[in-house]
Design a protein around this ligand. Structure first.
Ligand SMILES: [Zn+2]
Length: 175
């Protein structure tokens, strides 16, 4: 029997979450939104995602209230996509996935995450060991790690070479 489209028969909150974010591009779009990517073209160049897939995922994430569509230009009309509280709440899941990928595939860190107030690297649960507090997403400073390509081709990756707070908007000049 073919697997159904969803997991409606499973009484599990993980299954319900996966109905929304279980497809790999979806979580990568959310990850980029938390990094501060907001514009269609910036998601496109940074993710290397097919256009049609990106358009579908952005629409779905907007309908699910994970991203909010905001008009930033009227003529021609252009929208950007900003992570909502519901989207920001996915950060611990993304952080845990990143950590798992590193520890179980022996990769060196592409990015490191720090408490912006004191510079201390965050612990496994998003806490600052020095301040003994869980650091809110907007106070997380993301810095390039040893595994990161120092000379990337796309402008979003270049913007991400500088330490920056999560959610701080990335706006790349489109030529
Ligand atoms: Zn701290």
């Amino acid at each position: 029997m073919a697997l159904g489209k969803d997991y409606a028969t499973q009484e599990c909150s993980i299954a319900r979450a996966l109905e929304i974010v279980g497809e790999r591009w979806t979580l990568l779009v959310v990850r980029d939104a938390l990094y501060g990517v907001r514009r269609y073209n910036d998601f496109l160049v940074h993710l290397g995602i097919p256009r049609a897939v990106l358009a579908t995922r952005l629409q779905m994430l907007t309908e699910e209230g994970i991203l909010e569509k905001r008009r930033y230009q009227e003529s021609p009309p252009r929208d950007e996509y900003v992570a909502t509280d519901r989207g920001i709440a996915l950060w611990p899941a993304l952080r845990a996935l990143g950590r798992w990928g590193r520890e179980h595939h022996g990769e060196s860190a592409l990015r490191t995450f720090h408490h912006a107030e004191c510079g201390t690297e965050l612990g496994s649960y998003g806490e600052c060991p020095a301040c003994a507090t869980v650091v809110p997403v907007e106070d997380v400073l993301m810095a390039p790690g040893p595994g990161l390509d120092p000379d990337p081709a796309d402008p979003v990756s270049r913007a991400l070479l500088q330490p920056r707070r999560l959610l701080q908007p990335i706006v790349v000049d489109q030529v």
